[in-house]
Design a protein around this ligand. Sequence first.
Ligand SMILES: Nc1ncnc2c1ncn2[C@@H]1O[C@H](COP(=O)(O)OP(=O)(O)OP(=O)(O)O)[C@@H](O)[C@H]1O
Ligand SMILES: [Mg+2]
Length: 372
Amino acid sequence: MNPFVYQRYCEDESFCDRKEEFRQLDYILKSNKENILLYSKRKIGKTSLVKEYFKTLDKKDYFYFYFDIFNSTCYVDFVKIIYKNIAFTLVQKYGIKYQLLKDIFFRVDFTAIIKDDKILFTPNLNSYNFEELINDIYKGLDRLCSEYNKSIIIAFDEFQEIANFLEPSVYKTFFKYIFQNQEFRYIFTGFKKQVLCDLFNKKSSPLYNRAVCIELKAIDKMIFYDFVNNKLQNRLPFEIFDRLYLKTEGESKLIQEVCYHIYCFLSSNQNKQLNSEIVDNICNSLLESKSEYFKLLLNELSIPQKIALKAVALNNGIELYKKENLFNLHVTKSSLNTAIRRLYKNDIIDKEDQKYYITNKCFDLWCKKEFI
Ligand SMILES: Nc1ncnc2c1ncn2[C@@H]1O[C@H](COP(=O)(O)OP(=O)(O)OP(=O)(O)O)[C@@H](O)[C@H]1O
Ligand SMILES: [Mg+2]
């Protein structure tokens, strides 16, 4: 079986290192008793890290819950995600009886279904008042803590979305509840650095000073190399990995994806030795295989947005508004500015240290190749 995983978060054998990060999370959450904001560019490994970290926690001492809020479009979705995951985690991971859910929550009934040998719970809400629901959830968690004498760690993944679907008043109510119990610790994760840092660093925000901000960096090059090379039976020369790491800027997902294809190549070419040309071909085929999808993405954009994307790709995200640049792209400053803001809002590009970049690294490489 191919040992490389890239379609979803990774775990166990496909998870590399992050020992230092585990130590850091432990220290902040357990010793310092603070919350954490963990952000990074896309596909560096936030979700995998949190899920893997949770496995290190002692179930005797902690309840941990993971909520991915990416697909929430309103507070009802949001609340349902919370109920659903608490129910799933308590029954599946902690072996707690279904009846307990009825004893701790009063604004919801659960319908249990079995899917792929797992019990899933659909929450049917008895109220559509956000404050009642969030109060019910937190009271339930309080009961759980005191009954089992455990602490709780909660992860909210894709937290940058919160302001998109919660109205400001609802949003404030939510923050009022989450910090009521001093024993609850949080890990907030997401990829929009500016949005997230504003949430936790602006004095006017209800989250001001509520978490220690950590940027998750790419996996260390040498450690990642050893990990990958081991899975490729030591057939990957370091220079080739070094180039790949540079090209992908250490993006964990793309490295795993390319290695997945290298593994396929090596499996069917047992006697061949890898060289740069073979790996370049693998990378090019990978980009080509995604061409149709990327063209669809481009088709969704207006002409000024396509121009803006081109400007970001070709100028490495800097000095976009320089006269000669505007001239070359046949665009006015204001039109480019509007388009850039739209791409940013739609998460197609992001900004770091005054530099724009395309969030999907593979799309970025494809654009660079196509637009030249
Ligand atoms: N520690 C790791 N070791 C090896 N590969 C990793 C690791 N973490 C992440 N990856 C690779 O990156 C991919 C994406 O991981 P993950 O979903 O955790 O990233 P993410 O930062 O949460 O992404 P997103 O920004 O979309 O939320 C995984 O499928 C895997 O291929
Ligand atoms: Mg993630």
